[in-house]
Design a protein around this ligand. Structure first.
Ligand code: ZN
Length: 348
């Protein structure tokens, strides 16, 4: 089976309509065969017909998918891809990668963020992603609180998306602490820290940029990094302002993370969220890698989406998500490029 990202061989400015023929295509009603698509001069689809034979003059592809949403991205990490992919001691893990990430961002200037973001988003468009959920937690400049504010950093991500034309759901991230039990942030984490008030200000001030191509949502970095009262305040804000606002969270990527959560609260991370009835169908649980049978059923019942990032999860040795059991329970999934070690929905 071949899959391609389709770009018309004709110029979109010459006023012509182009026609594309796919042997099969995924349409809103499911897979269809012999699909002809007419595309207007502005690049918008005018007409889709099924059971149509290909004719001369049509561009032809084998299998056609619609533009894919990238459900989980940290665009700045594109500039780090390849820097940790080398032979390392057997006990190397996600936690070692995280230390490398902290060292990497130590030289990252705010303006770099826009440049790297543009590059990553352009590569996403080339690969077939047409929208991106940007889980944005690099809130500060190199001199921490002293120089650049959270607003500027968030606006840079929106600018980068706008520069290349990808639709974006910007998810400013609440990141209050360095570990479970409200541990203070380490030096490496200081550029991520944002109080609840700063976070709510940030969300409010970003509202004027919302448009057809820019959506805003909420990210809670992880249960490691937020307090219960912080979560409540943010969800209260959501209830008042926009109950449909999406909420994303890194939830159970690492065995140690699950163990630390049990030590802290007596519950596993997903169990902790489910017991408090916090999750609804607008939530996206990222890396729900280590979950029990009851957590699988619990997530599926809420209608929340699990964002899988297989190339990142493989690269970091996270473990395997119980995909079959989750789908059999009626669970919903999405894919994301996360650490950008690969930018390709097909590879995911
Ligand atoms: Zn992530």
């Amino acid at each position: 089976m071949s899959m391609v990202v389709y770009t018309s061989s004709r110029s979109m400015t010459d006023g012509q309509v182009s026609e594309l023929h796919a042997r099969r295509a995924l349409l809103p009603g499911g897979w269809a065969s012999d699909v002809a698509i007419r595309i207007g001069p502005t690049g918008r689809i005018r007409e889709v017909c099924v059971d149509v034979a290909a004719t001369d003059g049509m561009d032809r592809v084998d299998t056609l998918l619609p533009g894919m949403p990238n459900a989980h991205s940290h665009a700045f990490q594109r500039a780090m891809a390849g820097r940790t992919e080398h032979n390392s001691p057997a006990d190397d893990s996600f936690w070692g990668w995280r230390e490398a990430l902290y060292r990497f961002i130590d030289w990252l200037e705010p303006d770099d963020l826009r440049v790297i973001g543009r590059m990553a988003y352009l590569e996403m468009l080339e690969a077939g992603y047409t929208s991106v959920a940007e889980f944005h937690y690099l809130h500060r400049g190199r001199r921490r609180e002293a120089d650049v504010d959270c607003q500027t950093m968030a606006q840079l991500m929106l600018d980068a998306a706008q520069d290349v034309g990808i639709r974006i759901s910007l998810l400013p991230t609440l990141y209050q602490f360095g570990g479970f039990g409200e541990k203070p942030a380490t030096d490496g984490q200081l550029r991520f820290i944002c109080s609840v008030n700063e976070f709510l200000d940030l969300l409010t001030q970003l509202q004027p940029r919302a448009s057809e191509r820019v959506a805003l949502g909420i990210a809670l970095h992880s249960l490691r990094a937020v307090s219960e009262s912080g979560i409540q305040q943010v969800l209260d804000f959501r209830r008042t302002h926009d109950p449909m606002m999406p909420v994303h969270i890194h939830v159970a990527e690492q065995v140690r993370e699950v163990e630390d959560c049990v030590t802290w609260s007596g519950q596993r991370p997903v169990e902790w969220l489910l017991r408090r009835k916090l999750i609804d169908a607008r939530w996206c649980l990222v890396h729900a890698t280590h979950i029990s049978a009851s957590e699988i059923a619990g997530i599926a019942e809420t209608g929340a989406v699990v964002a899988l990032c297989p190339t990142t999860e493989a690269n970091l040795g996270d473990g395997f998500f119980p995909l079959q059991q989750f789908l059999e329970s009626g669970g919903r999934i999405a894919v994301g490029s996360d650490s950008q070690v690969s930018i390709s929905p097909v590879e995911e």
